[in-house]
Design a protein around this ligand. Structure first.
Ligand SMILES: [Fe+2]
Ligand SMILES: [Fe+2]
Length: 253
């Protein structure tokens, strides 16, 4: 019998992919032919994803430790495997397609940090770790921590960035097929992560203050991409966030 969060684990298993199995040769050849503006815009989003995916994959162990039950724990473990792959994928694209210098992922991440807003870096490298730290100290904070990670970070910030990236890739003067393929696979993984987080939030008893906080956090977080994504895309992300919170049974007063 399938109970709790088991179906997310089964789904994750069926969606496995390997970032090194994608062919980036056409992308490598195409990159120098992009215009400077195109390179700047693609690299800005890649920089955000490198920082984001590295940070989220680092924090999931704490969520796993705070899980209530084996089924939820297994789903966090499956998610951690996805996030680690996403971090490797974006680093691979930065290094091998975009030619970002650096001997290792840390050095490349340092080189990319100046391409995104201070607010984006702060969200992933300060606020998320601080939330995970609170969760490590008090497992009762799980719903709030999932609210920030799955609903706000994944549901608003990453989803908006991924859609913007796919739109941008489709409009480039030359194609980047390997990057496009990987982006689609990342997005497919993120959908079940958000579904999993929504389920946790749905099963919790969310009060008015927490509901308001989730909504406000989403509205603020949507802006961390700065001008890397359009105001329209930000608005859409916030609207979907509100709809997802409602679907998870959260009432707004
Ligand atoms: Fe991810
Ligand atoms: Fe994710």
């Amino acid at each position: 019998m399938i109970t709790g969060y088991d179906h997310f684990v089964t789904l994750a298993e069926s969606l496995q992919w390997d970032e090194t199995g994608i062919d980036y040769s056409a992308d490598r050849e195409a990159w120098p032919r992009l215009t400077d503006t195109e390179k700047t815009r693609v690299l800005g989003l890649i920089a955000g994803f490198v920082i984001a995916e590295t940070a989220v994959s680092r924090e999931l162990g704490t969520y796993q430790a705070a899980a209530s039950g084996d089924s939820m724990e297994a789903a966090f473990r499956a998610q951690a495997r996805d996030e680690a792959r996403h971090a490797r994928f974006f680093d691979l694209v930065a290094a091998e397609v975009a030619g970002v210098p650096g001997a290792d992922p840390t050095a490349r991440r340092d080189a990319l940090r100046s391409l995104v807003s201070v607010d984006l870096v702060d969200l992933f490298e300060e606020r998320l770790p601080a939330t995970a730290q609170r969760l490590a100290e008090d497992h009762e904070c799980l719903t709030a921590a999932v609210g920030l990670y799955h609903m706000v970070i994944e549901g608003v910030v990453l989803l908006a960035g991924q859609h913007a990236m796919l739109d941008m890739l489709e409009g480039l003067s030359v194609r980047l097929p390997g990057v496009h393929k990987g982006m689609e696979l990342v997005l497919r993984d993120e959908r079940w992560h958000i579904g999993f987080g929504s389920r946790i939030v749905q099963r919790a008893d969310i009060g008015r203050d927490e509901a308001d906080m989730l909504l406000t956090q989403g509205e603020t977080a949507a802006k961390v991409w700065g001008d890397l994504i359009t105001p329209d895309a930000i608005e859409t992300a916030v609207r979907q966030h509100r709809r997802r919170l409602k679907a998870a049974g959260i009432k707004f007063w």
